[in-house]
Write a protein that binds this ligand. Structure first.
Ligand code: HEM
Length: 231
């Protein structure tokens, strides 16, 4: 008589998978947001009127159904919840990996994977610090290098005319590129999209494409302000 053996995954393995899924899904929310935000930022090439009209439009979308800034608040809440969950999952998995590893890695493949996880962990932490700085800078206007103004365009241009502000943003975009590159690959792996050679190639390509388009697109603004093209 044939017997069926049901192998049940241990609880910690199941919760590790759940945490990885949480990271992948919240990561996809961020990819959607950074793509839209980058597209909006490119309005700076259209000049002050175009950029300021876009910033105001963000606040009036959905009126009168939604109150002023209503949609913006929905986006802020979704982003904040996603950020808390993404960071919680990342640090929990980080702590778990630390506990599980008792011996040093010996094989090359493993060494590569620790290099990737190191860039994800420290790069992710750098991005977290950047987001705090960025919100204090452009949204709350607590940090106002280059002077304060009610015009978002004037704040943008005034800030990036200062080399070290531009440098902070460009460094953050380099961290974002690395995070997007590897994050896309990890998300694809978690979602079961790397099972064949061609699927792995596509996942890799998607990671590089997102990194170049998003981080490159954002970087255009500080670079062109520094070069005096946007002024
Ligand atoms: C060179 C890169 C970037 C530039 C020039 C830039 C520019 C801006 C500006 C001008 C605002 C204020 C918009 C307004 O109040 O109307 C803003 C807000 C914001 N940015 Fe960025 N941004 C950059 C990169 C990023 C990245 C990489 C992220 C996310 C990882 C991000 C997330 C946010 C968030 C969450 C807000 C607050 C939106 C709000 O609640 O009002 N930004 N950004």
């Amino acid at each position: 008589m044939a017997t069926a053996t049901v192998t049940k995954k241990p609880r910690s393995t199941r919760s590790t998978i759940a945490l990885k899924l949480l990271m992948a899904v919240t990561g996809l929310v961020f990819i959607g947001y950074v793509l839209l935000h980058m597209y909006g930022n490119l309005k700076a090439f259209g000049g002050q009127e175009s950029f300021d009209a876009y910033a105001e439009h963000l606040r009036t979308i959905g009126e009168p159904l939604l109150p002023y800034s209503g949609l913006l608040w929905v986006i802020r809440v979704v982003l904040l919840v996603s950020l808390v969950l993404h960071v919680y999952a990342a640090y929990t998995l980080w702590a778990r990996a630390g506990k599980a590893r008792t011996t040093k890695y010996a094989v090359t493949k493993r060494v590569n994977s620790t290099w990737s996880s190191k860039t994800m962990r420290w790069g992710g932490t750098a991005l977290l610090l950047f987001i705090v700085f960025h919100i204090l800078h452009f949204t709350l206007r607590v940090v106002t290098p280059g002077g304060d103004s009610d015009s978002p365009y004037e704040r943008l241009v005034g800030s990036f005319q200062i080399w070290w502000v531009a440098a902070i943003y460009l460094l953050a975009m380099a961290a974002l590129a690395m995070h997007l590159r590897h994050g896309t690959w990890s998300a694809a792996q978690t979602l079961g999209l790397t099972n064949t050679a061609s699927a792995r190639r596509n996942a890799n390509l998607a990671g590089y494409l997102l990194a170049v388009v998003i981080a490159g697109g954002y970087s255009l603004i500080p670079v062109f302000v520094l070069a005096g093209v946007i002024s």
